[in-house]
Design a protein around this ligand. Structure first.
Ligand code: FES
Length: 176
């Protein structure tokens, strides 16, 4: 009997067919399956599962959202609703490095607009967008909580304060 149950469990685990997606490797799918397994019977675990899957793939393509929903036995529309509601999630590909530029008052007064236009011009990048080679994403944020260092930008985990428009590209070139 136990053997039969184990067999059924195995079938259940392997019956979801991983869709083909150019941004998701086989290794990523394995990690995604592990995330689903770990979270699938936990109430309210969908946000955790989406976050962990986003960490693996770097964003949440629609095919992946549907796959997570199926794996966790949740309606696809509900999971898509969660993924599109929270700003924590990105449904579009992100760059390897996210540049957050502060558009709050202190940074505005100290010239962040000039910094932003230099970045946009150099990398053909618009606020809210990602470069074609997925090197950078650019996001405008209200206040980074470091007004004393204005104008401020954060790249990944690094905070760059008192950033001068003439030097911003030089600073960004360190991120490949
Ligand atoms: S206004 Fe830019 S860090 Fe606060």
């Amino acid at each position: 009997m136990l053997e039969f149950e184990h067999y059924l469990e195995k079938i259940e685990m392997t019956c979801f067919i991983q869709p083909h997606h150019e941004d998701i490797t086989q290794e990523m799918w394995q990690k995604i399956d592990a995330v689903i397994e770990e979270n699938k019977d936990m109430p309210g675990a969908i946000i955790t599962a989406l976050r962990q899957c986003q960490d693996i793939v770097n964003y949440l393509p629609r095919e992946l959202i549907d796959y997570i929903a199926d794996g966790m036995n949740l309606p696809r529309s509900e999971v898509f609703g969660v993924a599109s509601f929270y700003s924590l999630f990105s449904l579009k590909p992100k760059g390897r490095h996210t540049i957050k530029v502060c558009t709050g008052t202190a940074c505005y007064v100290k010239g962040i607009r000039e910094v932003i236009s230099r970045i946009e011009g150099e990398y053909q990048l618009k606020e809210g967008g990602t470069t074609a080679d997925r090197r950078f994403s650019l996001e405008g944020v209200r206040c980074l909580g470091a007004c004393g260092l204005a104008p401020v930008m954060v790249v990944g985990e690094d905070t760059h304060g008192d950033i001068a428009a003439e030097k911003v590209i030089q600073s960004l070139e360190a991120y490949k």
